[in-house]
Design a protein around this ligand. Sequence first.
Ligand code: ATP
Ligand code: MG
Length: 224
Amino acid sequence: MTLKIESMNVDLAGHAVLRDVSVALEPGQTVAVVGRNGAGKTTLLRSIMGLARLRAGRLLLDGEDIARQPAARRAASGFGYAPEDRVIVPTLTVAQNITLPCEVLRVPAGEIRQRLDGVLASVPQLQALLPRSGAALSGGQGKIVALARALMVGTRFVLLDEPFQGLAPALARQYGDSLRRLRASHPRLCVIVTESNASLLEGVQNQTLHIERGQIELASEVSK
Ligand SMILES: Nc1ncnc2c1ncn2[C@@H]1O[C@H](COP(=O)(O)OP(=O)(O)OP(=O)(O)O)[C@@H](O)[C@H]1O
Ligand SMILES: [Mg+2]
C-alpha cells in the first residue's frame, strides 16, 4: 500500500501552511520529517489523517484519492496517529486505552489480541504498563502508550508526532529500539516520524524529508 501525496496544499486560517507537498510513502519505510517549529510537521500528519482539509492536491492510496473521505475512514483504512499531546484517557487502564480505538472500529476480539501480541513483541516495555491507570503515567510512559495505541489501528501507516521530544536519553533509546524492532515484526508497515531536532531520531529512519515553511525541501536516503 503506497500513499502518494500529490501537490498537497493546506491552508489554516487563510494562510498557506503546506505548499505543493508531493511525497510517496512506501510500505516497509521509516520516514523522518524534520523541520523547525512552525514548519508544518503537525499539519502534514493531520492532513494525512484527514484532520485538516486539503485546499488542493490528492492523497492517493493505491490509486484511490482518499483526500476528501471523512477522517473516521482513515483509521479503518489502517492509519494510526500518535499526536504530540498524546491524549490518554485517565479513567481507563492502559490496556483499555490501547484497545478502545479497535473496539470502536469493531475489530474482532481475537484480532485485537493478535495485534496486541504483535505490538508487545516490538514494545515489550508496554507489558508492565497494561494494568495501570491512564492517569498514573509519566510523560515517557505516555509516549509508549500513544505509540502502542497508534500501532493497534495503524496496520499500514503509523504517524508519530515528535515522539522523541522531551524523552530522557535512556527512554529515547528504548523508543528507538522499539521502532527498529517494528521493521522486523511489521515489515509492510510505513512509519512517519516528525522531529524538529534530527539528532534525537536515534537513526531509526531510512529516509529523511526536510520540511521548511510548508514545503518539502529535499529528501535524503539512507539505505538500511
Ligand atoms: N489552527 C491554526 N490556525 C492558523 N495557523 C495555524 C494553526 N495551526 C498551525 N498554524 C500555523 O501553521 C504553521 C505550521 O504549524 P504546525 O503546527 O504544522 O508546525 P510544526 O512543524 O508541527 O511546529 P512545532 O514544531 O512547533 O510542532 C505555523 O506557522 C503555525 O503558526
Ligand atoms: Mg508540531
